[in-house]
Ligand binder design. Structure first.
Ligand SMILES: [Fe+2]
Ligand SMILES: [Fe+2]
Length: 134
């Protein structure tokens, strides 16, 4: 089962945001592992809830930072976060309906794990030069 790890290519220039990314990645790995190992639905639902609420908190903090440092991708970042929340919500509904079905594990890997790493690398890291320039 693939797991992901935070690395220096994900540096945003704001230590607290980097810590939040590490936490999100760690919980996503936990979630994928719990689903793949067939853990109970209460445990998986708990991981999903934790991840969902932490994502929203993180997105809010990061959006404030991008506004503060006048990051050129601020609006694009907000739109991407909204899309993720929509995806996450539909995923949560599917889990409530179908449980940890194999296709949901694949969706978590593609739509959440790969999404998160590429979003951090392509969008969130654009904050770094803005912080340096401030
Ligand atoms: Fe972001
Ligand atoms: Fe982020």
């Amino acid at each position: 089962m693939p797991t992901i790890a935070w690395d220096a290519s994900m540096t945003t220039g704001v230590d607290s945001l980097d810590d939040e990314h590490r936490q999100l990645i760690s919980w996503l790995n936990d979630l994928l592992s719990a689903m793949s190992l067939g853990r109970g639905s209460a445990e998986i639902a708990g991981l999903l809830d934790q991840l969902g609420s932490y994502s929203v908190t993180h997105f809010g903090r990061e959006e404030e930072c991008m506004a503060k440092y006048r990051c050129p991708v601020a609006a694009q970042n907000i739109a991407a976060h909204r899309d993720f929340v929509t995806t996450f919500t539909s995923f949560r509904h599917e889990f409530d309906r179908d449980g940890a079905a194999a296709h949901l594990v694949v969706r978590i890997e593609i739509e959440m794990m790969r999404w998160l790493t590429s979003h951090i690398k392509r969008t969130d890291t654009q904050l770094a030069p803005c912080v340096t320039a401030a």
